[in-house]
Design a protein around this ligand. Structure first.
Ligand SMILES: CC(C)c1onc(-c2c(Cl)cccc2Cl)c1COc1ccc2c(ccn2Cc2cccc(C(=O)O)c2)c1
Length: 232
């Protein structure tokens, strides 16, 4: 069928992509990736700083999702807490896709591999990164996929799931059209993107175990991470 983006969908798209591209991790944090010395503890500290910065970036981005601020306030918190890890996996995967300048990507990979995460989580984590990189998503797809992840209605403690579903459906329809228009030769591309959201759920279960094992080894998190991840 003839697929076309309506005027209001184009406006919605612009708002989301602008918000997604505006909020980046401050360059000084990204630069530290190259400077700090290598040790499991130093790597953990750097990753903690990046995760904390990412959560701040994520909160700002989420506030710009049209309709999000009109949701029940407690549901807004429940959506953020429930999606933070998944959104950060997506974001970190996109950082790997865009090949950061001056070899930061390799350094970042090295620091994640040597930060006290057990091998059983490293393998699925980097398989996920590879699967995201192989999709060669454009920014619109990255921004919409992150938005759809945040607007997942069945997160724990969400009261008005219908209200969340309504906004998410708008985003899903827009992403579906974008995929058809961007990749006419790949009719399954939209389904493949949504398949990654299933992988993300699995990773977020692994992540809960990663947190426990870090804490067992007496690693400290920042107050913001403790709040969003319900630790300590
Ligand atoms: C608390 C910390 C040790 C941690 O716990 N789980 C994870 C964790 C892990 Cl180890 C993997 C995936 C998700 C999380 Cl929360 C992490 C490390 O978290 C991050 C967070 C963001 C990350 C990374 C890696 C890359 N990024 C994104 C990034 C880096 C540099 C620049 C930019 C930018 O936008 O310009 C973005 C790690």
């Amino acid at each position: 069928e003839k697929v076309e983006i309506t005027k209001e969908q184009r406006t919605l798209m612009k708002v989301i992509v602008d918000a997604y591209s505006t909020h980046q991790i401050p360059q000084d944090v990204a630069k530290k990736l190259l400077q700090e010395q290598y040790s499991a503890d130093e790597n953990f500290l750097l990753l903690t700083e990046m995760a904390t910065s990412q959560v701040q970036v994520l909160v700002e981005f989420t506030k710009n999702i049209p309709g999000f601020l009109s949701l029940d306030r407690e549901d807004q918190i429940a959506l953020l807490k429930g999606s933070a890890v998944e959104a950060m996996f997506l974001r970190s995967a996109q950082v790997f896709s865009r090949k950061m300048p001056s070899g930061q990507t390799e350094v970042l990979e090295e620091r994640i591999r040597k930060s006290g995460i057990s091998e059983e989580f490293i393998i699925p984590m980097f398989n996920f990164y590879k699967s995201i990189v192989s999709l060669h998503m454009v920014q619109e797809e990255q921004a919409l996929l992150t938005t759809i992840t945040i607007l997942t209605p069945d997160r724990p403690y969400v009261k008005d799931q219908q209200a969340v579903e309504r906004i998410q459906e708008t985003m899903l329809e827009l992403l579906r059209k974008l995929c058809v228009l961007q990749r006419p030769q790949e009719p399954q591309y939209f389904a493949r993107l949504l398949g990654r959201l299933t992988e993300l759920r699995t990773l977020s279960h692994y992540h809960a175990e990663m947190l426990t094992s870090w804490r067992t080894n007496d690693h400290k998190f920042t107050p913001l991470l403790c709040e969003i991840w319900d630790v300590q």
